[in-house]
Structure formats: structure tokens, C-alpha cells
Design a protein around this ligand. Structure first.
Ligand code: PMP
Length: 355
């Protein structure tokens, strides 16, 4: 008897799917979204442009207006930029053109779980370098392992999800300098660290940078991300991207948002200030140990079992993230930074829980 599952790759059947178990809660601090929503002025301008455009027509084949605006916004060249339906899609396209059976990809775990999943689906070998015990990047070990194991790719997430740690430019430069492979730097949360590695693209043709509109840019619901690299690399990666991957609603919203970034900037500053305030408040709660973060979330060690703490928060209609299944993070939860009121509610509930 034919079993249709026999035709699925063995390495795929071994994997667990990327899932999110997320009950509806009033205070939603589980996905590192921007809690303040898009300013109304930007929404109105997007609606106006959409109303004036025929919906029956495809978007233009290459979204030149979007790429040119992204180039100006990021100070990189338009022919070295690809736009995607979320940066997830570009991670997939990039790995599709680089990873095959046995390709060695170094990642430093715990990190964003999608990297490992896609590498394994494609038949690549994950070379995992653990973070240091203080949950910071072990850049010496990364450099040494990259060389010794002759890895093809290194993926670094900075600021890292879910720890919030960053790699220093000087360490990244050292890695890029004597390495014959590609280095992918996912800076999905860079706005919250007020730093970007995009200026390094001029100097290093083996660097690829990923960015998203889902976090600071307040557009998670519209799915836009972009990749920045040497134009020759972008041309190759584009081959694995589906035609018309970005609908004109999302691409129009991305353009208007970049044109009006001055409206988002104070919101981002507010989130950063809230992160600092929440960090100090969390450190004062006995039983909690927050980890310093450069992103819009705080990884926190808890003396109460993470699943029990999640359940307790949910009784108060607060949804945070249990990250205890990640390597090294048995005793950890992750709180995204919410609005000032939401953060106060979280802190109040935590104070009561740990008293
Ligand atoms: N990179 C990192 C590090 C992330 O945390 C996320 C979202 N959780 C993404 C990429 C994907 O973002 P999107 O597809 O929404 O652009």
C-alpha cells in the first residue's frame, strides 16, 4: 500500500512545525509587535493612494518605487535591495539559493527558531555555537568554529531574539574579514538599538542584512521585509523569490511609512524609554532576573516555572511568551514592551505574583 508520506523528505518528517499557541488576551506582549499601532495620518494617506489605484492590475514586476524609497531610507543602493512578504520570506529565499545537502550553517543559539527549521528542511547542517552563560554572543568561539569547521554561512541575529544581546561592529568586522563564506545579519530589531550594520555593506561583499517592517515600523499585519546586499548577490537571491510576492497594499503602506518616519520616531523612542523603565522595575522584583536588552522585549529568568507564570498572567488577560523550550532558557520568559499602561499592568501583576 502506497504511503503518500514516503515522498516527504525524512529530515522534514523529523521536524516540528513553527507554531504559535496564542490565546486572545487584552495585553498582548508575546510577539514583539509595536504596541502603539500606525499613526492615523499614515493610514489615511495609504487609503487615499489605494483608492486611486486599479485593484484589478498586478503590482509592477519590480517594485521600483518601493526599492528606491528603501534605498534612500537605509542609505544603500536600490539594486542591492529585495523586498519580501515579511523578512521571513527573504530568509527562505536566501537559504534556498545557498543551502543544499550538507551545507554548513553556523547559528548561535538560542536564537530565532526559523533559521534552524529552514536549514534542516533544505538538508543543511546546523553548526550551533551556544551563547555564553551570561547569554551574550561568544564571538571568539563563533570565529574559531566558522574557520575550523569551514562553514558556508553564518547567521547572526542582532539584537538577538529572544535574548536582546547584540554583536559589536568590531567583532562582526573580524568575522567578515577572514571568512570565505557569507554572513547574514538579521537586524529585525535594530531601531530599538539605534544602530545598523548597513554601512558595512560598502566594505564587505559577503555581508547580507535583513530588516523588517513588523516591529518598530508598526506593520506586522501587512508583512513587509527587505534584504540588503551586494547587487550581484541580490540578483541571485531574487531567483528564489516568487513573482509579485508583495501586494500593492503592503508596498504602498511601506512607502508612506518611510516617507513619514518622523511620525514613528517618537513612538520608537518611547518604547526604548519604556524598555529601560521596565528593566529597572523587573530587577527589583524578587524571583525575577531580567537580561539587558537592545530590542523591544526583555528576556527574564523566573523562579516560578515559566508555564505556571504564563498561566497566572493569562488569568489577568496578559499574554507573554514562554521561551523555556529554547536551549539554555529553561527558566525564562520573554516580555515584549507594551504601552506604558500595559507595562504598568504587567509589573503590578508580577509584583503581586512574586510577593
Ligand atoms: N527575524 C527575527 C529575528 C524575528 O524575530 C522575526 C519575527 N519574529 C522575523 C525575522 C520575521 O519577521 P517578519 O517576517 O514579520 O518580517
Amino acid at each position: 500500500m502506497l504511503n503518500p508520506l514516503d515522498k516527504i523528505k525524512t529530515q522534514v518528517k523529523r521536524l516540528s512545525a513553527y507554531t504559535l499557541n496564542a490565546p486572545e488576551c487584552r495585553v498582548k506582549i508575546n510577539q514583539n509587535e509595536n504596541p502603539y499601532d500606525m499613526p492615523e495620518e499614515i493610514k489615511q494617506e495609504v487609503m487615499k493612494r489605494l483608492a486611486n489605484r486599479p485593484w484589478s492590475r498586478y503590482p509592477t514586476f519590480v517594485p521600483v518605487d518601493l526599492l528606491v524609497t528603501m534605498a534612500k531610507f537605509s542609505s544603500w543602493r536600490a539594486d542591492g535591495i529585495l523586498a519580501g512578504n515579511g523578512s521571513n520570506e527573504l530568509i527562505q529565499a536566501l537559504l534556498t539559493v545557498t543551502v543544499g545537502q550538507g551545507t554548513k550553517v553556523l547559528i548561535s543559539e538560542p536564537t530565532f527558531t526559523l533559521y534552524r527549521l529552514l536549514i534542516e528542511i533544505l538538508g543543511g547542517e546546523v553548526i550551533s555555537v551556544p551563547l555564553k552563560s551570561n547569554l551574550q554572543y561568544d564571538t571568539d568561539l563563533i570565529k574559531q568554529t566558522a574557520k575550523e569547521k569551514e562553514v558556508d554561512l553564518v547567521i547572526i541575529c542582532s539584537p538577538n531574539n529572544p535574548t536582546g544581546c547584540v554583536i559589536k561592529d568590531s567583532d562582526l568586522i573580524d568575522l567578515l574579514k577572514d571568512f570565505s563564506g557569507l554572513v547574514i545579519l538579521d537586524e529585525a530589531y535594530h531601531e530599538f538599538s539605534k544602530h545598523s550594520v548597513v554601512p558595512l555593506l560598502k566594505q564587505f561583499s559577503n555581508l547580507i542584512v535583513l530588516r523588517t517592517f513588523s516591529k518598530a515600523m508598526a506593520m506586522a499585519g501587512l508583512r513587509v521585509g527587505y534584504l540588503l546586499s551586494h547587487p550581484d548577490l541580490a540578483k541571485e537571491i531574487a531567483k528564489a523569490k516568487l513573482p509579485y510576492n508583495l501586494n500593492f497594499f503592503s508596498l504602498t503602506a511601506a512607502i508612506v511609512t518611510m516617507e513619514n518616519f518622523h511620525l514613528l520616531s517618537p513612538i520608537i523612542d518611547k518604547i526604548i524609554a519604556e524598555r529601560e523603565r521596565v528593566f529597572v522595575a523587573l530587577s527589583k522584583i524578587p524571583g525575577l532576573e531580567p537580561i539587558n536588552s537592545q530590542a523591544n522585549f526583555i528576556l527574564t529568568k523566573t523562579s516560578i516555572k515559566p508555564s505556571d507564570l504564563m498561566a497566572r498572567l493569562q488569568t489577568k488577560d496578559i499574554l507573554a511568551r514562554d521561551v523555556s523550550r529554547y536551549p539554555m532558557l529553561n527558566d525564562y520568559v520573554r516580555f515584549s514592551i507594551g504601552t506604558e499602561e500595559e507595562n504598568n499592568e504587567l509589573l503590578e501583576t508580577l509584583k503581586q505574583t512574586f510577593s
